[in-house]
Design a protein around this ligand. Structure first.
Ligand SMILES: *Cc1c(COP(=O)(O)O)cnc(C)c1O
Length: 396
C-alpha cells in the first residue's frame, strides 16, 4: 500500500541522516555542554554567588543583547515569565483581548490569563508556520472596529490590545506584514522568540521588531540556562521597568527593604546565568550545526512522495530549532502510526501542540477560523534536532 511505502521511506530517510543505531536512543532535542559550563557553574558555587546577584547575570544580559542586536536584555526565570512581563509592559490589562496563534506552546496564552486578559486565537500560514498576517488583516476588518485609537472586538466589545507573533520551530513569522496590520489596528506587537534565538528576519535578529520580546532558555531550546528566559527591548525606559519589577520592585539600598510597586520575583539566578554565558560562547557553532543537520534532512526528504521537509521562509535565515516534516493532506492519517513506529525504534519524534482553542481552559475564548492550523496540527512531525547531531556525533 502507498501509505506503507511512505512510512518506510520516512524511516529510511531519518536513519540515513542520523546514522541510527537502535541501541542508542535519539532524543528530539537535547542540550549540549562542551564548553565552559562546568567551570562557570563551579565558580558560582566556590564563590557563593548562586542566587539573584552575581556577575554572570549581568554578563549574560550584555552578551545576549550583543548577539541579538537588541539594546537591552533582562534575564528572568523562564520564558513564560518573560512573556508575562512583555505583555504587562505592552499595556495589556484586565479585560483586554490578545491575539495569539492557536498553533503554539501554551505559555503565551497562560501569560495572557495571568493578566486577566483573554487569548483570541488566530490562524497560521503554511509558509512560515506563524501568524497569517493577510488573513488576520481581513479578519480584523470584519470583526473589529476602531474607536479613538483603540481596536475593539465587535462581538465581545473588549479592546484588542496586542498580538503575539511566534517564531515557530525557529522560523521567523512575516514581521513586516504583521507590523503593517499592527499599525492599521493600533496593536502592540510582542515577539515570542522562545524558539528563535539565532533566527533572522531580513538579516535582522528576531526580537527587534516588537516593542518587547521574550526568549526562553529551557533545556530543549537553542541554548539553555537550565530554566531561564529574557525580556528584550530597544527602549531604555521599558528595560528599566522590566528590570525593576522582575527584582520585586525593590528600591536599591544596602539594608532597607522598600518596594515601590507590585513586583515579581522573576530574576534569573546567577548559577543559571553562568550556564547561559558558557552556552552563548558556543552559539555560532550550535547554529552552524543546526543548519548543517537541516540541510542533510532536506536532501534526504527531497522528492519523497506524500511528505516534505519544512524549509525556512524566503525572507528568513532560521535557526532550524526543531526540524519539521509535513505530510500532504491526503496522508495526514498516517501521522500517528509514524509517531509510534519511529519512537518504538528509539527515534525521538513528536507531533506539534494540540491547538490551544481545544484545551479545556481556552475552549470559550474567541477564535477565527483555523483552517490552516487544523491541517498543520495533524500533519506536522518534528524530527530529531539536537545540536550535536549536525556533527554526525551521537551522544552516549
Ligand atoms: C518554550 C516556549 C515558551 C516558554 O518557555 P519556558 O522557558 O518553558 O517557560 C514559550 N513560548 C514558546 C513558543 C516556547 O517554545
Amino acid at each position: 500500500m502507498r501509505e506503507d511505502l511512505i512510512i518506510s521511506n520516512v524511516i529510511s530517510a531519518l536513519k540515513s541522516v542520523l546514522k541510527h543505531d537502535e541501541n542508542k536512543p535519539i532524543a528530539l532535542s537535547q542540550p549540549w555542554f562542551n564548553g565552559n559550563e562546568w567551570k562557570y557553574v563551579k565558580s558560582c558555587i566556590d564563590e557563593g554567588w548562586v542566587s539573584s546577584s552575581g556577575e554572570y547575570v549581568d554578563r549574560f544580559e550584555a552578551n545576549l543583547a550583543e548577539f541579538t542586536g537588541v539594546k537591552h536584555a533582562v534575564a528572568v526565570v523562564n520564558g513564560t515569565a518573560a512573556l508575562h512581563i512583555s505583555l504587562l509592559l505592552s499595556g495589556v490589562k484586565q479585560g483586554d483581548e490578545v491575539l495569539i496563534p492557536a498553533l503554539t506552546f501554551v505559555a503565551g496564552a497562560n501569560a495572557i490569563c495571568y493578566l486577566k486578559a483573554v487569548p483570541h486565537f488566530i490562524d497560521s500560514d503554511d509558509k512560515s508556520l506563524g501568524v497569517d498576517a493577510n488573513k488576520l488583516c481581513s479578519y480584523l476588518k470584519d470583526t473589529a472596529y476602531m474607536k479613538g485609537n483603540v481596536c475593539y472586538n465587535k462581538k465581545t466589545q473588549r479592546p484588542i490590545r496586542a498580538v503575539i507573533a511566534v517564531h515557530t520551530f525557529g522560523h521567523p513569522a512575516d514581521l513586516d506584514a504583521l507590523l503593517e496590520v499592527c499599525r492599521k489596528f493600533n496593536l502592540e506587537l510582542i515577539e515570542d522568540c522562545a524558539q528563535g534565538l539565532g533566527s533572522y528576519y531580513k538579516n535582522i535578529h528576531v526580537g527587534n521588531f516588537g516593542k518587547v520580546s521574550a526568549f526562553s532558555f529551557n533545556g530543549n531550546k537553542i541554548i539553555t540556562t537550565g530554566g531561564g528566559g529574557a525580556v528584550v527591548t530597544n527602549s531604555l525606559e521599558v528595560a528599566k521597568i522590566a528590570k525593576h519589577i522582575t527584582k520585586t520592585a525593590k528600591i536599591p539600598h544596602p539594608w532597607f527593604f522598600i518596594h515601590d510597586s507590585i513586583g515579581y520575583n522573576y530574576r534569573m539566578p546567577n548559577i543559571n546565568a553562568a550556564l547561559g554565558c558558557a552556552q552563548l560562547e558556543n552559539i555560532e557553532k550550535f547554529l552552524k550545526n543546526k543548519r548543517a543537520l537541516a540541510k542533510k534532512y532536506q536532501e534526504a526528504f527531497e522528492n519523497l512522495e506524500g511528505v516534505s521537509f519544512f524549509k525556512e521562509p524566503e525572507y528568513a535565515k532560521s535557526n532550524y530549532w526543531l526540524n519539521t516534516i509535513i505530510l500532504n493532506e491526503e496522508y495526514s492519517f498516517i501521522r500517528d502510526l509514524l509517531l509510534v513506529k519511529t519512537n518504538s525504534q528509539k527515534i525521538g519524534t513528536r507531533p506539534p501542540w494540540m491547538l490551544l482553542n481545544k484545551l479545556p481552559m481556552f475552549r470559550d475564548c474567541p477564535s477565527m477560523d483555523l483552517k490552516t492550523s487544523e491541517y498543520l496540527e495533524k500533519s506536522i512531525i518534528n524530527i530529531p534536532s539536537s545540536t550535536f547531531l549536525g556533527e554526525g556525533y551521537v551522544k552516549e
